[in-house]
Design a binder for this molecule. Structure first.
Ligand SMILES: *Cc1c(COP(=O)(O)O)cnc(C)c1O
Length: 403
């Protein structure tokens, strides 16, 4: 490689990455960025002409392609076209945006809501708008990258507490000056491990130390609670979280992110957060799809129930074969492999037998904790889950992960 005739740090970083990728490809161990040709019913996909069981989907309730949601999107295109007249603040706000935000506020039992064009942009913009120099943010060590980036961008003092360790969080809160603004922030369900934040204890601490509380519900919306409304329902709590953040790209089969909160907070964000003011509005079709999806979740609670059954089957089955699924209680199921190489090899075995699953390796997770990160959805059929577990089990034996 010869860029600008230099061997500077940028060149070396690019080379290190491209070398790692070509090494994996040479050994048939690279399974990222695969083009999915078709999304089929029953949580299946067609890849390279082969029909595969999809175990890497965030569509937890199987809502991708739902007729009501597709129809809403099509109607919105007929009515509004495919784009907007610009940013929301100036000419970009459509009635469908306002409708969507009301739907979200109702769903989350909050006073109001605001939407952004992605979940990533939501965290980045909301955290850095609320917090600034001299303030303190307290973030779980396993929080999503968009939270970490938002905290860093804010310029606030950044304190990380050990994963789900409320005693550690309390120690950090106690050590912070009493008179500064504080924000405690965590994923509701952790995206690599599938475990659930100890919200009741966290709530108690934020009250005791007068801190704001923000929870990212990317993996709990549609997943936690009998009705699927999320983590507050799961713990039997009312409207307790100050900043309820979520994405419209996982359970909700669209794209975008939201925050639901008190009216004044939403008004403030609408006039101060830069991803809202300086970036285009959600496309009408995506806003309408998201709006309809929240309603479908409430109208079809059997999907949430099915997801819970499938999750129990999947976790229980893998555990009984001897796999370590860490602390997951949700649809995100880590299958611990150990070294990166083993996780890549497990992926190859599974993919060759038409189980679409992906590895998570360092630096996304600590070294030695590489894993398959399998997800299960309401669209899976129990017999398909059984087959996927057979495939994963066989691979685990072949690679010496289980006996
Ligand atoms: C996926 C995810 C996001 C980002 O959401 P996008 O809408 O995909 O940008 C934020 N937080 C968590 C925890 C996520 O898993």
């Amino acid at each position: 490689m010869d860029f600008h005739n230099t061997d500077d740090s940028v060149t070396r970083r690019i080379k290190a990455m491209t070398d790692r990728i070509s090494g994996l490809k040479a050994n048939d161990l690279y399974f990222y960025n695969q083009p999915v040709e078709e999304i089929l019913p029953g949580s299946k996909v067609r890849v390279n002409g082969r029909e595969m069981g999809m175990y890497a989907s965030y569509s937890y309730l199987g809502l991708v392609g739902h007729p009501r949601i597709n129809e809403a999107a099509k109607k919105a295109v007929d009515k509004f076209g495919t784009g907007t007249n610009g940013v929301r603040t100036l000419a970009g706000t459509l009635t469908i945006h306002t409708e969507l935000e009301e739907t979200i506020a109702n769903f989350k039992h909050a006073e109001a809501a605001i939407t952004y064009s992605s979940g990533y942009a939501t965290n980045l913009s909301v955290i850095s708008t609320l917090m600034g120099r001299g303030d303190y943010v307290f973030s779980d060590k396993l929080n999503h990258a968009s939270i970490v980036d938002g905290c860093l961008m804010s310029g606030a003092e950044f304190r990380r507490f050990r994963h789900n360790d409320m005693a550690h969080l309390e120690g950090l809160l106690k050590n912070a000056p009493a008179d500064v603004a504080k924000l405690v922030i965590a994923d509701s369900v952790f995206s690599m491990d599938g475990d659930i934040i100890d919200l009741p204890k966290m709530l108690e601490l934020t009250k005791k130390y007068h801190a704001w509380l923000m929870i990212d519900e990317a993996h709990s919306l549609g997943v936690l609670g009998k009705k699927g409304t999320g983590i507050e329902e799961y713990f039997g709590l009312g409207d307790e979280i100050d900043i309820k953040m979520g994405t419209l790209s996982k359970t909700i089969p669209s794209v975008g992110g939201y925050v639901a909160a008190k009216k004044e907070i939403i008004t403030y964000l609408r006039h101060a957060s830069r991803a809202y003011i300086f970036s285009a509005a959600l496309p009408p079709a995506q806003a309408a799809a998201a709006n309809e999806a929240f309603k479908v979740i409430l109208d079809e609670p059997e999907r949430v129930e099915k997801l819970n059954l499938n999750t129990k089957q999947f976790i229980g089955g893998l555990k009984s074969m001897g796999f370590d699924t860490m602390l997951t209680e949700t649809a995100i199921v880590p299958v611990l492999c150990g070294e990166d190489d083993v996780a890549f090899a497990m992926t190859r075995e599974a993919q060759h037998k038409d189980v679409f699953v992906l590895p998570v390796v360092s630096p996304a997770v600590p070294e030695g904790l590489a894993r398959l990160r399998a997800t299960v959805t309401a669209a899976h059929d129990p017999s398909e889950i059984e087959r996927a577990m057979d495939v994963i089990g066989e691979a685990g034996k072949k690679l010496g992960i289980i006996k």
